[in-house]
Design a protein around this ligand. Structure first.
Ligand SMILES: [Zn+2]
Length: 231
């Protein structure tokens, strides 16, 4: 009789573990389908597509100076502040932001896509290639593959990079040697994260990075200020 009881208990325990496996499998399917949905929603973009960065991650910080008068030409160049980039760049920036979040830091943008019409206006005000790329050649910003960027801490305070954004002097050069170690470390953090994600610096600006693995055409469209859709 005791033996029957042992068999009975074994069968009950087996059935209950089968139910647990089924429940777990069900749960796993739900998780998998959610993950697939996320991947699908990310994959709906082509690398060349335009995305407004904040629609992919709300944690980025912005101080888009050309939408204000607080820039080197002291004129408002954009009707409103929006940060658009090609999706290939957005993917890189999402990766970088993920790493920075682990350190309670964030990327902060000064400029993103810049329509060629704005490049022409900037050139008219300051026709000096030291300050502005000649619109005949165009800037990587006009192609949607360049960003002007820094890093901020959890209180949105910029890490010390040695000079402000758009400082046109040797101190802003990537390889400027005469800086305190903390500033060199901050610049290196930005540079390493960017380069790891195929965003390359230029010589004269610590804040400028661009994606150069593929060429994209110069564009002229300007974003709408009150709508999400592209023109
Ligand atoms: Zn730039």
């Amino acid at each position: 009789m005791k033996l029957y009881l042992v068999y009975f208990l074994l069968i009950v325990s087996h059935l209950s573990s089968c139910q647990n496996i089924k429940d777990n499998a069900k749960l796993l399917n739900v998780v998998n389908s959610k993950a697939k949905d996320t991947i699908k929603s990310l994959k709906k973009y082509k690398d060349s597509d335009w995305v407004e960065l904040k629609t992919l991650d709300s944690s980025f910080i912005y101080d888009l100076r050309y939408a204000t008068k607080q820039n080197f030409v002291h004129k408002k160049m954009y009707p409103c502040a929006k940060c658009y980039v090609r999706y290939v760049v957005a993917k890189a920036l999402l990766n970088i932001q993920k790493e920075l979040k682990n350190k309670s830091l964030s990327l902060k943008f000064f400029d993103c896509y810049r329509p060629i019409q704005v490049q022409k206006k900037l050139w008219k005000i300051k026709p000096d290639p030291h300050y502005v790329a000649n619109p005949k050649k165009g800037s990587m910003h006009n192609r949607g593959v360049a960003i002007d960027v820094t890093i901020v801490d959890k209180n949105n305070k910029e890490l010390n990079m040695g000079t402000p954004f758009d400082f046109f002097g040797k101190e802003a050069y990537q390889d400027y040697k005469y800086l305190p170690d903390t500033i060199k470390k901050n610049r290196l953090l930005l540079k390493e994260l960017m380069q790891k994600n195929h965003l390359e610096p230029i010589t004269s600006e610590w804040w400028h990075y661009s994606y150069r693995l593929k060429d994209y055409p110069i564009e002229n469209w300007m974003w709408h200020c009150n709508e999400k859709k592209l023109p």
